[in-house]
Design a protein around this ligand. Structure first.
Ligand SMILES: Nc1nc2c(ncn2[C@@H]2O[C@H](COP(=O)(O)OP(=O)(O)O)[C@@H](O)[C@H]2O)c(=O)[nH]1
Ligand SMILES: [Mg+2]
Ligand SMILES: [Zn+2]
Length: 343
């Protein structure tokens, strides 16, 4: 009992200290903002958000002499929530700071549920999701399909990337070939590379060129190795930001935008690497299987679950070989994993 009360009191103290810290940060922020707005701001121009720190963002100029330069920017009140990858209108201030004036429309959004389960954008304007898998850890088709569903749902082009090609041997070759064949038949772009030995990396660089990409995939497939090899000398782990957020040590979740030396951009964070495991509905899953597109709405029953209903267009297509058994199995596996009320 006594222990619990102490904990409660400790909790209260911690909350109080955090609250005071956040308040001080907000005050500092509004003073900085006043100073900037009171001074001479440069002309409005476009910029790219490369990192987000709660009350401030880091941007890169996109125009004229500011192009490629990095600025810390304060946010005008009433701006919508900005995320890494957003294009903005901003005005440079003195001493390397600036003010964000407006957010430009997004082409795409990557969303993840926040702590309360609400979907929140974490990156904007991503146009390629690189889905990484490897001979080891053994790839699960339904996990790859889950990433594909998420990519289709976000309207972002996927690239399937088999890493650790150096580990392909007589034992795993047959299963891997069968897996790759499924995606080739669906005409998804597919590359085989080895981050360790360098095979295929030039082709990968070519694919990254001119795109804003994210890397996703299960732990151990080599995402860090790939990114480290593509961004030599760059530490992709995000440094201490507590001073900026005033919220203690939530330092590792912010997404950051990097430039590949050969062209193209990467948006990366530990959270983004696991993107795709978030929430999807039954409709999202159905729409995420591209070979279902022409079949959906053609079942005899409007609420067909494509399970064993007569007149089911999907089951017919499965029988005719227009839907591959492994994809159907994947579809069922993903549907079965959805929370009850989404059925
Ligand atoms: N043989 C082989 N091992 C690799 C390759 N790429 C990464 N690895 C190894 O796979 C393990 C997991 O790699 P890591 O980059 O941490 O994967 P992540 O969890 O997806 O970030 C490490 O031991 C890497 O050295 C590769 O191309 N070939
Ligand atoms: Mg890693
Ligand atoms: Zn059906």
């Amino acid at each position: 009992m006594a222990k619990r009360q102490l904990n409660r009191r400790q909790n209260w103290r911690i909350e109080k200290i955090q609250g005071e810290r956040a308040e001080r940060a907000a005050k500092r922020e509004s003073r900085a903002m006043e100073a900037l707005e009171g001074g001479d701001l440069g002309p409005e121009q476009t910029g790219l958000v490369i990192a987000h720190f709660g009350v401030q963002v880091e941007i890169e100029g996109l125009q004229g002499e500011m192009a490629g330069q990095v600025f810390r920017c304060h946010l005008r009140a009433n701006l919508p929530a900005l995320v890494t990858g957003d294009q903005v209108v901003w005005r440079p201030g003195n001493q390397g700071d600036g003010v964000i004036v407006a957010q430009l429309p997004r082409n795409s959004e990557l969303c993840r549920p926040d702590m309360r389960g609400q979907l929140k954008p974490v990156a904007a304007n991503v146009d390629q999701i690189v889905i990484v898998f490897a001979p080891l850890p053994e790839p699960h088709a339904n996990l790859i399909d889950r990433y594909l569903v998420a990519a289709e749902h976000a309207g972002i082009r996927p690239l399937l990337l088999l890493n650790k090609a150096d580990l392909i041997d007589e034992q795993n070759q047959v299963a891997l070939d069968a897996l790759l064949k499924v995606y080739r038949e669906l005409e998804y772009p597919l590359l085989e590379v080895s981050a360790h030995q360098g095979d295929g990396m030039e082709q990968l660089k070519h694919r990254l060129n001119g795109n804003v990409s994210v890397f996703v995939g299960q732990s151990g497939v080599g995402k860090s190795s790939l990114v480290n090899s593509l961004l030599p000398g760059v530490d992709t782990r995000v440094g201490a930001l507590s001073e900026l957020t005033g919220k203690g040590t939530h330092t590792t979740t912010t997404a950051r935008l990097f430039h590949f030396p050969g062209g193209g951009q990467l948006i990366d964070s530990p959270g983004i690497r696991e993107f795709g495991l978030g929430h999807v509905s039954r409709d999202d899953v159905e729409a995420g299987f591209i070979e279902f597109h022409d079949l959906l709405g053609r079942c005899r029953f409007r609420d067909c679950k494509h399970d064993r209903e007569p007149g089911c267009a999907l089951l017919q297509a499965l029988e005719d070989g227009r839907v591959q058994p492994q994809r159907m199995a994947s579809y069922r596996h993903i549907i079965a994993s959805l929370p009850e009320d989404d059925y």
